[in-house]
Ligand binder design. Structure first.
Ligand code: ATP
Length: 623
């Protein structure tokens, strides 16, 4: 037994994939993952080449016998039968080639989407907030979809191009070297031309994806902020922004299409010209110089279009492959960005505290056992000279050494923007300190042990996220255990949500969240509380609402919070004097610095800024 939890194994797998991705790009990674399919494609392409040459040879033989040698139909019946079977085999092989290509594309897309999702899920809070949501959605959906043609068309066609034309060329050289030389001389123009065009398309395609991501981002931002835009009369301005960004996307797409059309025209011209030259040469040899047989001339004439069609298809596939590569690069960029972010999050901490994995595992086991019978035991939390910055030139948070004993009720207070929520996020392990440590029972919390640590924590934010689903689903996400309907209903009762749910005909099966019924701020917080009751965490983080709730809701929330806090360490970003006065320890924040901590009475006595804040709150009627 390695003593590793399921989450830990999953993590190791993810790390391996991450390492692989670091060394190779998505394409080579997929190629090595799908090596069997590539081998199958190569075998089928060779078989297809043999079928194409055989079909031409058989057809030339049949025509020679019927029209030149005037043989009877019965004497060629068998040849015709074989010809039909070869044609059927060729069709089947082409179909199978396409099918394997599609399977490769489907697997590659599934893997890419899983990797994008995995990275986005594990990205730190700060990187999640960075960039536009719509842009990320566009990478995860559109860019991954666009990668399809690289695997479904480009790869199979390239393999065919590497095998079949060479086979045809060998046969042509054996049959009639002059035609072989013409083919050999004209053929390189097609890939050469395609490479030149493809390189231009690649840049254009990358540009197109940047435009699409910008367009999606702007569009989603505008949708989400529609109410604010209308109220501030900015809807028209935003309309123009969307228009500009959609026109940018249109132009980038049109540029690619322009290149594609020119490319097709040039390709057709080269192909037609080459076939024409060979046909003319064959006619002169056959009719003027009479230096070759009809069978040979006809066979070469049948093989030549096959040769150029294959090269032409390769050219088209090359073009779509290059377009796809632009999309793949975007996915790679997102993966690298989020990978780097995960690296910076975890490095250092692990090396400094090799025992932290073990300690959290013990905590987790303790939690699992205790969950069956008792409530989980709150750990000791210590902040040891923590320093944090969102960005190098921005707000900086600093703390001294501070210890939160199990079951303590902590209030974090300070002016707006003083760093209260940031401190809460640092304690929760949602943000990683630049220096200093957040210690849980003496060990650092690292993102490596996220799942074990988060088992311990409930976080009731001011604006809890309500997922699209029923009340019951939304409460049940509070825990990873299988919970009964009774437990969900009890949690709702404890959180004061039951009365709200009872108003609806479908009760706990009422749809809420996106596409369902909307909830008020107070109702959302009660739902978040119900999740916390179900989870029965050892640490409750609570971002107290700044806006005034009605007295009834306020009382319900206060009562529920007090019940929850009985068995847990409670850390509240406090805005109410009542909460502050009840706290065992108050952390006073000022411009990012944890200035002082102590009881209400202590701080009143020794910290004038605190006394001033309390005075202001009293006057504001918050008490
Ligand atoms: N994601 C972020 N990126 C950059 N800066 C941020 C980010 N989140 C917050 N900040 C900045 O950090 C500072 C502290 O913010 P924080 O939300 O912790 O304050 P707060 O005391 O909780 O404020 P409030 O009481 O108004 O909620 C602010 O100056 C804010 O602008």
């Amino acid at each position: 037994m390695c003593g590793c939890t399921l989450a830990c194994h999953k993590h190791q797998g993810g790390e391996e994939l991450k390492k692989k991705r670091k060394n190779k790009g998505i394409i080579s990674q997929q190629m090595s993952l799908q090596r069997n399919r590539l081998v199958l494609l190569a075998v089928m392409s060779t078989a297809l080449g043999v079928a194409i040459v055989s079909q031409a040879a058989l057809l030339a033989e049949v025509v020679q016998r019927i029209f030149v040698e005037k043989s009877s139909f019965t004497s060629v019946a068998m040849l015709l039968g074989i010809l039909l079977s070869v044609m059927a085999l060729r069709t089947a092989l082409s179909y199978a080639n396409g099918k394997v290509g599609l399977q490769m594309a489907a697997t590659a897309k599934t893997n890419m989407r899983a990797a994008v999702l995995q990275n986005l899920i594990h990205a730190s809070m700060s990187s999640t907030l960075h960039g536009q949501t719509g842009g990320k959605v566009s990478v995860a959906l559109d860019a991954v979809d666009e990668a399809d043609s690289y695997f479904s068309q480009y790869m199979p066609r390239m393999l065919e191009a590497a095998i079949i034309p060479i086979l045809i060329l060998i046969i042509t050289f054996i049959e009639h070297p002059n035609s072989g030389w013409i083919m050999l001389f004209t053929a390189p123009f097609i890939p050469l031309f395609m490479i030149l065009v493809g390189l231009r398309t690649k840049n254009k395609s990358e540009e197109k994806y940047e435009q699409l991501a910008e367009f999606s981002g702007t569009f989603l931002d505008s949708l989400q902020g529609l109410v604010s835009l209308k109220i501030f009369g900015r809807a028209h301005h935003q309309k123009r922004v969307i228009e500009r960004s959609s026109l940018g996307y249109r132009d980038a797409t049109m540029d690619i299409l322009k290149i594609a059309f020119t490319n097709t025209f040039m390709l057709e011209s080269i192909v037609m010209l080459s076939i024409g030259v060979i046909a003319l040469e064959l006619a002169i040899q056959l009719l003027v110089f009479k230096s070759m047989s009809f069978h040979t001339a006809f066979l070469v004439l049948l093989l030549v279009p096959e040769f150029y069609t294959l090269l032409k298809n390769t050219g088209t596939a090359f073009h779509s492959g290059r377009t796809s590569m632009g999309a793949i690069r975007r996915v790679e960029k997102l993966l690298v960005e989020t990978d780097d972010d995960r690296n910076t999050q975890t490095e250092g901490e692990l090396g400094a505290h090799p025992s932290s994995n073990q300690a959290l595992k013990e905590l987790s086991q303790e939690y699992e056992t205790s969950h069956e019978n008792l409530l989980p035991l709150p750990p000791t939390i210590e902040l040891d000279h923590v320093r944090f910055q969102y960005r190098s030139d921005s707000f900086e948070l600093q703390t001294k050494k501070i210890s939160i004993t199990p079951g303590e009720h902590i209030a974090i207070v300070g002016q707006s923007g003083s760093g209260k929520t940031t401190l809460l996020h640092l304690i929760a392990g949602l943000l990683k300190p630049a220096s200093g440590k957040v210690l849980i029972n003496g060990n650092s919390v690292t993102t490596h042990d996220e799942s074990a640590w988060f088992e311990y924590v409930s976080y009731i934010t001011q604006h809890p996220y309500i997922f699209a689903g029923t009340f019951a689903d939304n409460i049940a996400i509070g825990t990873r255990r299988d919970v009964s309907r009774e437990e969900i209903e009890q949690a709702a009762v404890d959180a004061g949500l039951a009365a709200v749910v009872a108003q609806f005909e479908q009760g706990f099966d009422t749809f809420v969240g996106e596409g369902g019924r909307g909830l008020s701020g107070g109702e959302k917080q009660r739902l978040a509380l119900a999740r916390a009751f179900l989870k029965r965490s050892a640490i409750i983080l609570f971002d107290e609402p700044t806006v005034g709730l009605d007295l009834q809701t306020e009382r319900v929330l206060q009562r529920s919070i007090a019940t929850l806090a009985k068995t847990a360490t409670m850390i509240t970003v406090a805005h109410r004097l009542y909460t502050i006065q009840q706290a065992d320890n108050i952390l006073f924040m000022q411009q990012g610095v944890l200035v002082d901590s102590g009881s209400h009475a202590e701080l009143l006595e020794r910290l004038p800024q605190y006394a001033e804040m309390v005075d202001l709150q009293r006057k504001g009627g918050f008490a």
